[in-house]
Structures are given as C-alpha cells and as structure tokens.
Design a protein around this ligand. Structure first.
Ligand code: AMP
Ligand code: MG
Length: 278
C-alpha cells in the first residue's frame, strides 16, 4: 500500500481522528533516514511542476488545514518550496474582511483557485467555514450545515475545469501543539508568533476534532480527496505529503508540448556557421 492509499480518507466513511496516531512514522526512525528520498522527491516535484506549467492543461490545488502550530507554514517552505515560484501561488485565508463577509463564503476562494498550468497552495481554505465558523457559532447551524454540499459542488466544478485537488489535514496531538507553542516562547526569533488566543483555542480541541471529522467524512471524494497526515514529526509529514503530491502529479500523464517553431529552420537560420559570421 502506498501513502496515497494509506492516508486517504475513503469516500463515504466516518473518520475517527482519535484512532489515527499523529506520531506515526511508519518504518522510518528519524529524519536522517529520509534525507535521500526527500531530496529525490523535491527534484521530481520541481520537474513535474515545470511540466504542468509547460503543458498548461492541468491546474493543481493543494489545501492545507490544521490547528494552530500544525505545520502549514513549514509544509509550504519544506515541501512546496521545491517548486518554481513562477507558476506557483500561495494564498493564506484569514478572518474574512468586511467585504468578504458580505459575500457568499466561496466568493473569496474562487478568485484564488489556480488556472491551468498553475499550482495554488491554500494555507487554510474554504474549510474554515465549516471549522472555526462551526466551533464558534459564527453563523447558525442552518447555514454552515449546508456548506458541505456547496463545497462538494464547488470542487466538482473546479475538477471539471481541469483542476486536480489534494487536501491535507495535518494531524498533530494536543501535547505536540503545546510543545510547539513553548518553542515559540523560548526562541526570540519566534516570539512574534506567540498569540494568547491560540492557547484559548485549545479549550475547543474536542469540538475542532468533531468539526474536522465531519468535514473530512463528508467532503473526501475521488476528485478532491482528503488525506490525514500524521504530523507530530515534521520530517515524516514532509515526506508523506511530498510522496502523495509527486505520485498524483505523475499519474496525470503530462507531456511536454511539442515545439511550435520549426527547430531545424531556426537552427539553420540563426546558429549555422554562416549566421555566426554575420
Ligand atoms: P493564522 O492562520 O494563524 O494567520 O490565522 C488566521 C485566522 O483566521 C485563524 O484563526 C482562522 O481560524 C481564521 N479564519 C480563516 N478563515 C476564516 C473564516 N472563514 N471565518 C472565520 N475565521 C477565519
Ligand atoms: Mg494562528
């Protein structure tokens, strides 16, 4: 079984996050043992993104969701940093602005989706509208409960237009989150990230788990699958996401487009000995 199968949320199954171990590392013991494979995956990811850009037939949308300190930012640097910024875009979804809040919840999302030839990485996403919004009752249940179907419709529309969608839930334990918060306190370079609201949010941990379980259960579909990534170990998280992205991109059967120019004529005209003499 490969990672694309192992960590996939099977469509129409009920997710139980308490039964999936955030500290799982498979047969790997440490970061050092994955270094070589990671370097190889990064190179392949770079090549595949170059191919996706050149071919211009597919778009790739990556959604990263996690609780605070779950590793979204680190994943963007250490996994997707391998891609060429030309043709790659990252968008972080924050608390909706006044204007965004006056529209339907997908309005601000659609404008950020990738066009063909492009990769877009969402740091948080439209899923916040069934996660934080649900946990904090920011809209009534009658409103958020309809959003799972609306999200499925929206993603179906993107898929029909040539978008490959991969959604990752970075699963960390409550203890690991506290350890990461502590590191932010202890490292002056990370002090800017310390936010007391993040500690307060821990009180809602079980409600977040429930909200994630329902979102994962109801919106993992073949054209937009969810993966639950064990994320207590950053190196294992990076390895697993890299493998899934590379395998998925390889399965697209992309081909470099043929030349549109007459290569031989151009060679003769501009690169022959005669041309050099000009
Ligand atoms: P951060 O990712 O730490 O920069 O924080 C962004 C904050 O925006 C998080 O607390 C999210 O829960 C919040 N957020 C993102 N999308 C929404 C949304 N649709 N409604 C309310 N809060 C949101
Ligand atoms: Mg935060």
């Amino acid at each position: 079984m490969n990672d694309r199968e192992r960590f996939l949320v099977q469509p129409d199954t009920k997710v139980d996050l308490s039964s999936t171990d955030p500290g799982y590392t498979g047969k790997h013991e440490n970061k050092a043992s994955t270094k070589e494979e990671m370097a190889e995956l990064s190179q392949r990811m770079c090549d595949l993104q170059g191919l996706l850009y050149a071919e211009g037939r597919h778009a790739l949308l990556i959604c990263l969701q996690a609780l605070d300190a779950g590793g979204k930012d680190g994943t963007i640097v250490h996994v997707f940093g391998a891609m060429n910024p030309l043709g790659t875009r990252v968008h972080a979804f924050k608390v909706p602005t006044e204007e965004e809040a006056k529209h339907d919840f997908l309005w601000r999302v659609h404008g950020q989706t990738p066009m063909r030839g492009e990769v877009a990485i969402f740091n948080r996403s439209h899923y916040e509208d069934v996660l934080v919004v649900r946990v904090h009752n920011l809209v009534p249940k009658s409103v958020w409960s309809k959003r799972y179907d609306l999200i499925n419709e929206f993603e179906k529309n993107l898929a029909e237009a040539g978008t490959t969608i991969l959604k990752f839930f970075l699963h960390i334990s409550k203890d690991e989150q506290l350890r990461r918060f502590k590191k932010r306190l202890d490292n002056p370079n990370k002090n800017w990230k310390v936010n007391e609201a993040d500690y307060e949010e821990r009180k809602h941990w079980s409600e977040y788990m429930k909200a994630y379980e329902e979102a994962l259960s109801r919106t993992s579909v073949p054209h937009a699958p969810w993966f639950v990534i064990p994320a207590d170990h950053k190196w294992f998280r990076n390895l697993t996401i890299s493998r899934i992205v590379v395998e998925t991109m390889e399965s697209l059967g992309m081909k470099r487009p043929p030349a549109t120019a007459d290569i031989e004529a151009i060679r003769r005209k501009y690169h022959s000995e005669l041309a050099k003499a000009d």
